[in-house]
Each structure stands twice: as C-alpha cells, then as structure tokens.
Design a protein around this ligand. Sequence first.
Ligand SMILES: *[C@@H]1O[C@H](CO)[C@@H](O)[C@H](O)[C@H]1NC(C)=O
Ligand SMILES: *[C@@H]1O[C@H](CO)[C@@H](O)[C@H](O)[C@H]1NC(C)=O
Ligand SMILES: *[C@@H]1O[C@H](CO)[C@@H](O)[C@H](O)[C@H]1NC(C)=O
Ligand SMILES: *[C@@H]1O[C@H](CO)[C@@H](O)[C@H](O)[C@H]1NC(C)=O
Ligand SMILES: *[C@@H]1O[C@H](CO)[C@@H](O)[C@H](O)[C@H]1NC(C)=O
Length: 302
Amino acid sequence: MKIKYLLLFITIFLVFVNCEIEGLCDDGDPCTIDRFKILRCEHLQKCQAKDLCETVTCNRRQGGNCTVTPRCHARTLCEQALCDVNTGQCIYTPTCISGDRCSIASCNEETGECKITPKCKPEEICDERGFCVNCSDNNPCTTDFYSPYYGICINIVNEWMNCENTTEYQKCLKGCNTNKCTNAVCDKQTLKCIQSYKDCSDGNLCTADVCDNDLGCIHNNVSCDDGNPCTQDFCDNEYGCHYKPDPTCDGLSSCYSNKDCSDNLDCTTDRCEYGKCTHSFNCGFDQLCNKSYKCEKVRFEN
Ligand SMILES: *[C@@H]1O[C@H](CO)[C@@H](O)[C@H](O)[C@H]1NC(C)=O
Ligand SMILES: *[C@@H]1O[C@H](CO)[C@@H](O)[C@H](O)[C@H]1NC(C)=O
Ligand SMILES: *[C@@H]1O[C@H](CO)[C@@H](O)[C@H](O)[C@H]1NC(C)=O
Ligand SMILES: *[C@@H]1O[C@H](CO)[C@@H](O)[C@H](O)[C@H]1NC(C)=O
Ligand SMILES: *[C@@H]1O[C@H](CO)[C@@H](O)[C@H](O)[C@H]1NC(C)=O
C-alpha cells in the first residue's frame, strides 16, 4: 500500500511540474503542436504568420507543412504590391512611370510592356509645369535652351558653332545689299545684315576722297590752283593747299603809297617802293599762306 501512494504522489508531482507525457495530449492533427500544461492539454497552431503581411496555411495531407503566401499580390503586371507590416494594408505602385511631366507612360496589363511616349517634339523642352516649350529660333548660330529659373527661352550666340557655312547664314549675307562702298556683316544673334559705309578717307588733304559703288574708293587730286598768277601753289598731304607770293609779280603795278598796293592778303606785307608795288611774304619760317591767305604752319616738303 505504501508504495502505491508513493507512485501516485510521483505521478501528481510530474503533472504539476509540466513534464509532458508522451501521447497524452495528441489530437492526431499534424497542424497543431500538442502539449500538456498545468493539468490541461494545449493545441497550438503549428503554422503561424510572422506579421500581418503573410498568410500561412497548414497542409494536413503533407504532414503539417506550412505554406507561407504573401498577403499582397500585384493585381496586374503593371504594378508592384507592397505591404505595410503594421497594418497589413496593401500598397500598389505602378511599375511603368514616365520620367518627366511631358511624357506619358502606358502599360499593357497582360504583358507588362511599358511604353513611354514623349509629348514634346525632339526640339522642344519640357518646362516645370509640364508644357512643351519650343526654344528653337531656327538660328544655327545660337545655342537654344530653356531657363527654368526665369521661365524663358534663351538663345545665345555660340562662337563655337561654325554657322558661317549654313544656308541660314548665307541667306543673311546674300540679303545684304553690298557694293564697293559698303561693309556688311551678318549679325549672328538676329541673322540680320548690319551694313556700314566704307571709310575712304586716306588722311591726305591733297586728295578728295569719294566712293564709287562700282569702283570703290577714289582719291582725286585736289586742285590748289587759286587762279592768282602772283602766288605759287603748294599742296601738303597733311596741311592741304598753301600759297606763297610770287616775287616775279613784284614791281608790275605803279603806286604812290603802300595803300595803293594792298592786296588784302594777310600773309603779305604790301609796300610801294620806288613807285612800284611789292608784296613780300610775312609768315614765319615754317609757314605758308593758306587758302584764306592767312599764315599757317606747314611742313616744307614741296
Ligand atoms: C513537407 O515537409 C517535408 C519535411 O520538411 C518535406 O520533405 C516535404 O517535401 C514537404 N512536402 C511538401 C509538399 O512541401
Ligand atoms: C519652333 O519654333 C521655330 C521658330 O519659331 C519654328 O520655326 C519651328 O517650326 C518650331 N518647331 C516646332 C516643333 O514647333
Ligand atoms: C565652309 O565650307 C567650305 C567648303 O565647303 C570649307 O572648306 C570650310 O572649311 C567650311 N568652313 C567652316 C567654318 O566650316
Ligand atoms: C595726283 O598728284 C600726284 C602727286 O602730285 C601725281 O603723281 C598724280 O599723277 C596725280 N593724279 C592725277 C590723277 O592727277
Ligand atoms: C588759315 O589759317 C588761319 C589761321 O591760322 C585759320 O584760322 C583759317 O581757318 C585757315 N583757313 C583755311 C581755309 O585753312
């Protein structure tokens, strides 16, 4: 009898300290984990989802294998499914996305084929509002670009672009009405002709400089002939026409006083000497009479 009580005691003891007794709680379901706990059998689900984003099923026929399937699936080939682990909510994002606001993305849901169609023509630029902007000025001499900062097109003459050979530039040059008296350049910014008149002046006061549309610059000799037989006529490149009283004219007219001899020329001193007029040159050593018969500095080359 004593041994019987002892065995009972041991059995109760084992039960209370949770020792599992083989087969005691087996419910025959491969999908549960069975155990004996504090006088009761417990049947825990073998297959458990680790978060809200997966679904786990247990295959009873395959010995309780767990099949894990993600909760969120892309509904078409054109989207990607993501799952929020905290809420289990599915988030679908398209996989076919256009790069800018000026192109349209279209996706074939059956094949997943993604097609990006640009709205803008090749020479157009997409602005920040999604409008196609045409910044082309049809000028091969300028670089065209769009400034998002100013919201305008900018066309800058680019000296690196060899535009002189282009038809546009040549057209501009042809439009220039040129002749031998004009200089024409084509303004690269506007492709308009800028014309200027040729400067024919040669800095030589002994020539009259004119321009002939066909012949170009002509430098005609200036005539210094003052029609006065009593002056010698000189021309100086720098100072122009100058004159000197001709001493051979002296003594030709009769007089009584200096007054009778006045020739009204400032560059001569008029005297009556022995009843005859003399007109002596009264300018400085480096001077001659100029066109108004005043003393004026010249070089003495002639
Ligand atoms: C079930 O699990 C066992 C052991 O892990 C494995 O050998 C077997 O292939 C699995 N069966 C299926 C259908 O996954
Ligand atoms: C862009 O503008 C230029 C100049 O106005 C014009 O000649 C050209 O045809 C335009 N291009 C397009 C694609 O509209
Ligand atoms: C312009 O064209 C000519 C002949 O076709 C060529 O010799 C010359 O190098 C070209 N000039 C430039 C700047 O491209
Ligand atoms: C102009 O004058 C220069 C120097 O006096 C002379 O050599 C030349 O022949 C003249 N030209 C004409 C067209 O008269
Ligand atoms: C002649 O010289 C005077 C004084 O030097 C000057 O005032 C005058 O303008 C000159 N006249 C001509 C035609 O050069």
